[in-house]
Write a protein that binds this ligand. Structure first.
Ligand code: GCU
Length: 689
């Protein structure tokens, strides 16, 4: 038996005879370029996949076969004359790195398929695309696919903490990386690389952004176990080389999170002042050492002056000084610093701080620095408005950071699918360049991209909850092509993961589609409140939650009303948006209901557009959220016998827990509302303490 699940790379036998015939004709014989590690990965994948899908091993040729009805050819036009003859060079010349073509062609009277690309990485992606078509039963006799990634960087941030193998905000067991045993490799590393490459992820930051215990008091008491700065020690770097070669086969570049004080922690300097020449020299030597070992090393991710991690402020320097000092060391090697904008603590309203800190620095960062910004101004809440920094730093490379792991959306217990949230973020019009500048149109430079905080661990199912595999899948697919519809991405995942039964596909797609909205309702009341999750549940332990005493700062509740005034007369956060966004959010009349209490403090009996009061809407949404989860659970129950027992039971059990916890969340939230407002639920459901 497998030691872990295959996720969406199941490669089960093709069901339809018609399809099987066509797949066999074009794919049973394969002629694949041989020159690079990526081509090796392509061949291995074909071997695994085709033996499953077609029921027989593919036959590999060293030259184009002339005695068969058809074959599959994979290579660059430079590798193979047959490909150069079949696909005009101009067709691929201008593809972005990673782009590829797949075509059905006739060659020498044989029915062939060609997967070609300007780079070997593109061949890996093209192969996975083709296998996805076979896995979802699509026709391949008339293919003409041209694909290229929307963003140059599609990175995964592991929040894995060496060396005790914990994963911060991880809900799927310990880290899959057995740090102490490196350089020994586990087959799971390769299977992880396959999963990532199959959805187009091209970079991985191997360790957590928190690389030491907080140096200063921090809101997050759970941080005591952090380490990871040691990865810059020479022996640790040497240990990583095998692991990174394995990722290289799949076109995935490695990165490390580093500590700003590394010159003191790893080196023996007595300062980490970014303007100190010895410090800069230390970073240069360290970078030279790394690139000697790993020539395609991607660079460093830095969390500085944030939640107790060291940073340039320790030396009265700013973020530009800090980021540029490290960047100058990586620059000769083509490496990049991803510098996080997640800073808060000095402003009464934390939403204001990132923009206040970073926007004035626009244009001052080195060319190889990317400022990595969380999607919203707070911290991966179930729903937040989009960060004001997007579109506000035109002279700086920016990255969008999303959270794949479900820190605030039910962790390993709740079925909460993040793609609808990410779609909302991508579609948000920043008006940065006038109307029609959605978030998805940003991050298009070579040093920009989309980053996801991973959700994988050692559990059999990788992600703690079988349905959470969909979040990893969707992240990669959306970062490759943010224009692809949520429905298409979701159905693709369900088909690959649960098979072709249309009822199963429809039902699981519906569950995923509606799960996020339900979570927002039972967790926040659906009007833009945040950081109000019920404390004390076991599964919420690995999670930052403000204690009830801190809640008022987040929900702004008092006897007279609820919400936080972030308009000009309040914290002023709204003024950081461009017009007309600032105007829309700034006015109670035009602010969308789902964010109303994020931007405004309103009387409890303020009437919403349909005449319902704020207090009543909070009650209604909280109860509706619970009812919705019950409906989703029933939908899952309708699949009994149609999904294998192991996965059926796992998800069914979690749904029971989710319903119970949603009820408790609803209960705590509605009784808090009841207590502050003194106004009962007019439908008599909310508990009166
Ligand atoms: C949140 C989260 C932390 C994490 C931090 C970050 O505060 O709870 O676990 O370290 O974000 O993004 O750095």
């Amino acid at each position: 038996m497998n030691q872990y699940d295959d996720c969406w790379l199941r490669y089960e036998r093709v069901g339809s005879d018609k399809r099987l015939d066509s797949y066999q004709r074009r794919c049973r014989h394969a002629y694949v370029a041989e020159k690079s590690p990526e081509c090796g990965a392509v061949r291995d994948e074909l071997r695994r996949a085709l033996s499953g899908l077609l029921g027989e091993d593919p036959h590999f040729w060293q030259h184009p076969p002339t005695t068969v009805d058809g074959f599959l050819a994979i290579g660059t036009p430079d590798d193979m004359a047959m490909i150069a003859e079949s696909v005009p060079g101009d067709d691929i010349a201008d593809l972005e790195d990673g782009g590829y073509l797949i075509r059905s062609v006739t060659w020498n009277d044989a029915d062939c398929l060609v997967v070609t690309a300007p780079t070997d990485r593109g061949l890996v992606y093209g192969t996975f695309h083709l296998l996805r078509l076979l896995g979802t039963g699509e026709p391949i006799d008339d293919l003409d696919v041209r694909e290229e990634p929307a963003y140059a960087n599609r990175l995964l941030n592991q929040w894995d903490t060496p060396f005790h193998r914990s994963v911060e905000r991880g809900y799927a067991g310990e880290s899959i990386f057995d740090w102490e045993r490196l350089p020994d490799l586990r087959s799971r590393y390769e299977d992880y690389a396959r999963l990532l490459a199959s959805v187009g992820i091209n970079g991985i930051v191997l360790n957590n952004v928190n690389t030491t215990k907080p140096q200063r008091a921090s809101a997050n008491a759970a941080f005591d176990a952090f380490e990871g700065w040691q990865l810059l020690e020479s022996r640790r770097l040497e240990d990583l080389t095998g692991l990174v070669s394995l990722f290289r086969r799949y076109g995935i570049r490695p990165y490390l999170s580093v500590n700003f004080a590394a010159p003191m922690l790893v080196g023996d300097l007595d300062t980490a002042d970014p303007l100190d020449e010895d410090v800069r020299e230390w970073w240069r030597k360290k970078a030279d050492e790394i690139y000697d070992l790993v020539p395609d090393f991607g660079g460093f991710l830095v969390k500085a002056d944030s939640e107790g991690q060291a940073g340039p402020y320790d030396y009265d320097r700013d973020h530009v000084d800090g980021a540029n000092a490290i960047a100058q060391a990586l620059e000769p090697h083509g490496g990049r610093v991803w510098w996080r904008a997640f800073v808060y603590g000095s402003h009464e309203d934390r939403a204001v701080q990132a923009y206040d800190t970073f926007e004035p620095l626009d244009g001052e960062f080195a060319e190889n620095v990317t400022v990595q910004i969380k999607n919203g101004p707070i911290d991966f809440q179930p729903r937040e408005p989009v960060s004001t920094l997007f579109g506000a730093m035109p002279e700086t490379d920016l990255g969008l950071e999303l959270q794949i792991t479900q820190e605030y959306t039910g962790q390993g217990v709740h079925a909460t699918y993040h793609l609808p949230m990410w779609k909302e973020i991508f579609e948000f019009d920043t008006h940065a360049d006038g109307e029609g500048t959605p978030v998805r149109s940003l991050f298009r430079g070579d040093g920009e991209g989309v980053v996801g905080v991973g959700n994988v661990g050692e559990d059999y199912n990788w992600t703690g909850h079988y349905l959470a595999q969909a979040n990893l899948y969707a992240f990669g697919r959306a970062a490759w092509d943010p224009d692809r519809s949520a429905e298409a991405i979701t159905r693709e995942w369900v088909r690959l993961t649960f098979g072709a039964d249309e009822d199963v596909v429809d039902t699981v797609t519906e569950i995923l589609r509606d799960s996020w909205a339900a979570c927002i309702d039972y967790e926040t009341g659906g009007l833009g409140l945040m950081h109000m999750m019920h404390n004390g549940e076991e599964y919420l332990e690995n999670h930052y939650y403000p204690s009830p005493e801190e809640w008022p700062g987040y929900h702004g509740a008092s006897e007279d009303g609820i919400g936080v005034d972030r308009t000009e007369s309040g914290s002023g956060y709204v003024t950081q948006y461009r017009d007309p966004v600032a105007e829309r959010y700034g006015s109670v009349e035009t602010c969308p209901e789902e964010l109303l209490l994020f931007f405004h403090h309103l009387p409890w009996d303020h009437e919403l557009a349909d005449g319902t009061t704020v207090v009543q809407r909070l009650y209604d949404n909280c109860f509706a959220g619970v009812e919705e989860v019950e409906r989703l659970r029933n939908l899952w129950h309708s699949l009994e016998g149609r999904v294998d027992e192991r996965r059926y039971r796992h998800v069914a059990e979690r749904f029971d827990e989710q319903v119970a916890q949603a009820e408790r969340w609803q209960d705590v939230l509605t009784s808090t509302v009841r207590e502050y407002s003194g106004m009962p639920d007019e439908r008599g459901r909310a508990r009166d303490e």
